[in-house]
Write a protein that binds this ligand. Structure first.
Ligand code: ASP
Length: 616
């Protein structure tokens, strides 16, 4: 037997017990004739004391960092206790030890605040995973997984595996493809999600399905994206939007309870997509803080029925007017009216960065004495500033930041600025959780530019092509041709107003889950594919199996998928999903530990009957 206890287990109540431990040497400290060793395993750290009787043995078998060590000895009360670790009151007085394996000197220290940079830690990820900071993330991931499974199990969901070697499932990304040796010249696609399979399972009668499953999407990476990632993928039959929302609101509340001990009792707000865009500039707003967007001006055909907050005349003055602004948006940042010139200059540079892409920034300081000071004092009277401040709901002490430009870019920019200011002001607290549903998304988006090689000037599915329109909008789809005569006026086409029966769950400004009620009638699904530019032949080739299945008694159904990695990261108080994945890829999609992707042997090409001839 290698061990009787773990390195995190022993306490004062175990004094005088004879025990065996096994683990890794964290540190070796020699004090005169005695040696202290910190021994670490998955469960914790225990101090070992080697008295002078073992000196000769230690000299013959010196210990080094990360050596694998087995010891036997007696539990002893420590004279100088360490209150920071649970085993800090005891130590093991070693009577026997055995080096089970040696270790090369690790390329970085295996400690919470390691000296290793990102690249080296990824290359030696198996060592990085020994660190407490990483281990606690994986533990949290496991807890989230278990909590989700328990909840779904208790609610009659059945875990059913679906294949990885499949045909394209469109979720808006590129497919990873795998050549087939047995079918030369043909390729499988790896699933972007199990979407079509879970729908087929509903047709098969498995009315509550789930899977914690890998999905593969070949897209450009960001800090919060990985080419392979995990979803908690779910589907239910005989449901409407409310049923799904209630069930999965319950799931996330249960996870917060099990993993963080949080009783999230309030019912989640359901915000329409339009309200989210109007009020926060963004369809996944962080509602932990207010700082709502004030719509000073916006194109009249958007946000139908909503009025701009100030008159156009008020804004037709440079520089806002000079920027040719179709949209003018503002936020009132609390308590920042005393920003210095340097600070406002820095913010101006921030909004001009290419990622944000604004021409400039107008600010108004709402001084605590009731006066105003602005970057446009030359053009605006105090009365006009006051009118804008009133429209922006600003209080004395606030700093109003105003952006202007084209609609889409300005909304994105104000949303980014809102998040940035909240971050700087400490309003995005990692231990505060605020959930929200965003509903009533548009069913279609119009691709003015070429998208995924699919061509320009066409409708694309905002969620995916299996999402149903809102029941009240089905007729608009059936009775209108998707053809857009004048590309400049696509917003006037009836399809632009069709709303989807789709919903996203948002947690602290991140989309953690999304799904929809599906189309389950063949003719509507065909109409949808046609709207996306697929002729009958292409529909049959790509989705004949699904259209066929819809002819054999498909029940009404709908579902959702949660981004498991991202959910874990946010619950763990960190927005980088890589930190919550045991073996992640880097930003170039590489596994630097395996050195993958890499070339393959000629023999493998021969077997696949493929000749490599890279273009360009
Ligand atoms: N398959 C969808 C996705 O991956 C989720 C869903 O509609 O259930 O986003």
């Amino acid at each position: 037997m290698y061990r009787t206890h773990t390195c995190g287990e022993l306490r004062l109540t175990d004094i005088n017990k004879e025990v065996s431990l096994a683990g890794w040497v964290q540190t070796v400290r020699k004090f005169g004739s005695i040696t202290f060793v910190d021994l670490r395993d998955r469960y914790g750290i225990t101090q070992l004391l080697f008295s002078e009787t073992l000196n000769a043995a230690l000299d013959a078998n010196p210990l080094g960092r990360e050596y694998v060590l087995q010891v036997t000895g007696k539990v002893n009360e420590r004279s100088s206790k360490n209150a920071n670790i649970p085993t800090g009151e005891i130590e093991i007085v070693v009577s026997e030890f055995k080096i089970l394996n040696k270790s090369a000197v690790p390329p970085f220290t295996i400690q919470d605040d390691t000296d290793g940079g990102d690249d080296i830690r990824m290359k030696y990820r198996f060592l990085d995973l020994r660190r407490n900071a990483v281990k606690k993330n994986l533990e949290l991931r496991y807890q989230v997984n278990r909590s989700a499974r328990n909840y779904l199990h208790e609610n009659n969901f059945m875990d059913i595996e679906t294949p990885f070697l499949i045909k394209s499932t469109p979720e808006g990304a590129r497919d990873f493809v795998v050549p087939s040796r047995m079918n030369p010249g043909q390729f499988y696609a790896l699933p972007q999600s199990p979407q079509t399979f879970k729908q087929l399972l509903m047709v098969s009668g498995y009315d509550r399905y789930y899977q914690v499953v890998k999905c593969f999407r070949d897209e450009d990476l960001r800090a919060d994206r990985q080419p392979e990632f995990t979803q908690i993928d779910c589907e239910m039959a005989f449901v409407e939007q409310d049923d799904i929302i209630n069930m999965f609101e319950g799931l996330v509340k249960r996870i917060l309870k099990d993993v963080k001990g949080i009783d999230y009792t309030e019912t989640l707000e359901r915000m329409t997509w339009e309200d989210a865009m109007f009020t926060y500039g963004n369809d996944k707003p962080d509602i932990r803080f207010d700082m709502k967007v004030c719509n000073l001006q916006f194109p009249s055909h958007l946000f139908i029925g909503k009025e701009p907050e100030v008159s156009r005349e008020l804004l037709s003055i440079p520089p806002l007017g000079g920027w040719g602004a179709e949209t003018i948006l503002a936020i009132a940042v609390p308590g920042c009216s005393e920003y210095s010139r340097k600070q406002t200059d820095e913010l101006t540079e921030w909004v001009k960065r290419p990622q944000i892409g604004m021409k400039g920034l107008v600010f108004i300081k709402c001084n605590t004495d009731g006066t105003f000071k602005s970057s446009v004092d030359k053009f605006y009277t105090e009365d006009k500033l006051k009118a804008i401040a009133a429209a922006a709901n600003a209080n004395a002490g606030d700093l109003i930041l105003i952006l202007a430009g084209t609609e889409e870019r300005t909304r994105k920019a104000i949303s980014a600025l809102r998040m940035e200011m909240a971050e700087r002001l400490g309003m995005r607290k990692p231990d505060e959780f605020k959930l929200l549903w965003v509903i009533d998304f548009p069913l279609f988006e119009f691709a003015l530019e070429d998208q995924d090689g699919g061509g320009a000037g066409r409708w694309v599915a905002r969620h995916h092509p299996f999402t149903s329109p809102k029941p009240s909008d089905v007729d608009i789809m059936i009775n209108n041709s998707p053809k857009v005569e004048d590309l400049d006026k696509y917003l006037e086409h009836p399809y632009a107003n069709i709303k989807a029966n789709a919903y996203d769950m948002v947690l602290n400004g991140n989309e953690v889950g999304g799904g929809s009620i599906r189309i389950y009638q063949r003719d509507l699904q065909e109409k949808m594919f046609a709207a996306l530019g697929m002729d009958a032949e292409e529909q049959q080739h790509k989705f004949g199996f699904l259209l066929g299945a819809f002819e054999y008694g498909a029940p009404p159904h709908g579902g959702i998928a949660f981004g498991f990695d991202r959910l874990c990261a946010i619950i763990g108080g960190n927005e980088t999903i890589r930190d919550f994945i045991a073996f992640p890829k880097n930003n170039a999609g590489r596994d630097v530990m395996l050195d993958a992707p890499s070339g393959i042997a000629d023999k493998q090409f021969d077997e696949l009957q493929i000749r490599l001839d890279l273009k360009g």
